[in-house]
Design a protein. Structure first.
Length: 302
């Protein structure tokens, strides 16, 4: 940031008014002052112009620093889905040169709502709350904080992010601002799309659910974020906002009874700063859906 000097700084060295030795007549102070003022004005104008130019260059440099980060995994047959859900399927309806001489491709897709990078709409775990098409845009767009718990997760892959973890983050970075989008970085995105490592199991069905093992947000911390920090939404780089071993999905319930949506299977959180990212998370707009595929991106820098 370039700071303009205080006005007075330009007038520190007026100079330029001299009387010759032997002059007896008093100088014409009025005309001297006028000359001075004109000269200072011209000098000030040049200095201000230079400062504005430098400010412009600095802003341009910062603007070039700013960039968009894609926080979305590709949706494909490799994408990780919940053990009880079918994976993503893309089938080819047309692909190739037509008889009319132009290329044409079109596909159909079939997917469960809750697979790949996706949003859980509040109605997923709270009756009467927002369906995916009803989530206010304001809850999907805004300033984000990234809470890195990867160190704790390294020690325990079933770690649940606690209120103490959030407080420790706040000690370093200041209070989580009201109406933030809170993104939890466990480091599990590095295992994507290897279900065995990412989910803790490659098994499908109820056997797979029983063997799930990955970190998540504790119910207490979810309640704290909603009630004490009034967050817009929350995201995590695992398959579920609740940890894999959860039986009652208490973090989902705590968030969603307050109409707070959750983004799951978020990618590339290691590329975001702890504060200062701006997130846009726009899901597919299925009327009456409980969630769906999400394109989530973040702008970092100025
Ligand atoms: Zn989900």
């Amino acid at each position: 940031m370039v700071r303009l000097p205080r006005n007075g700084a330009f007038f520190a060295q007026p100079g330029g008014i001299k009387l010759r030795r032997g002059d007896t007549a008093k100088p014409d102070l009025h005309s001297l002052r006028t000359t001075q003022t004109t000269r200072f004005k011209r000098r000030d104008a040049m200095r201000i112009a230079l400062l504005l130019l430098l400010t412009g260059i600095a802003n341009l440099a910062q603007a070039q620093d700013a960039r968009w980060i894609d926080l979305t995994h590709d949706l494909s047959s490799e994408a990780v889905f919940w053990p009880t859900a079918e994976g993503f399927q893309l089938t080819t309806d047309a692909e190739g040169m037509t008889d009319a001489g132009y290329y044409y491709s079109a596909y159909s897709f079939c997917t469960a709502e809750h697979g790949g990078t996706h949003v859980d709409a509040p109605v997923h775990f709270a009756e009467g709350k927002h369906h995916v098409n009803e989530i206010p845009l304001d809850q999907l767009i805004g300033d984000a904080v990234v809470i890195d718990v990867s160190a704790m997760v390294n020690d325990n892959r079933n770690h649940q992010v606690s209120v103490a973890d959030l407080s420790a983050w706040e000690q370093k970075h200041g209070a989580i601002p009201t109406h933030s989008i809170v993104l939890l970085r466990t480091g599990f995105a590095q295992y994507w799309p290897d279900a065995e490592r990412y989910l803790g199991t490659a098994l499908k069905g109820s056997e797979g659910v029983a063997a799930l093992s990955f970190p998540g947000l504790s119910a207490e911390a979810a309640t704290w974020l909603v009630e004490q920090r009034h967050i817009k939404s929350v995201g995590i780089d695992t398959a579920s906002i609740d940890y894999g071993k959860s039986k009652n999905y208490a973090a989902h319930v705590a968030l969603m009874t307050h109409n707070v949506p959750a983004f799951e299977n978020v990618a590339n959180l290691d590329q975001l700063p702890a504060t200062g990212a701006y997130v846009i998370a726009l899901p597919i707009k299925i009327r009456g859906g409980s969630g769906g595929p999400l394109r989530i991106i973040a702008r970092v820098g100025q």
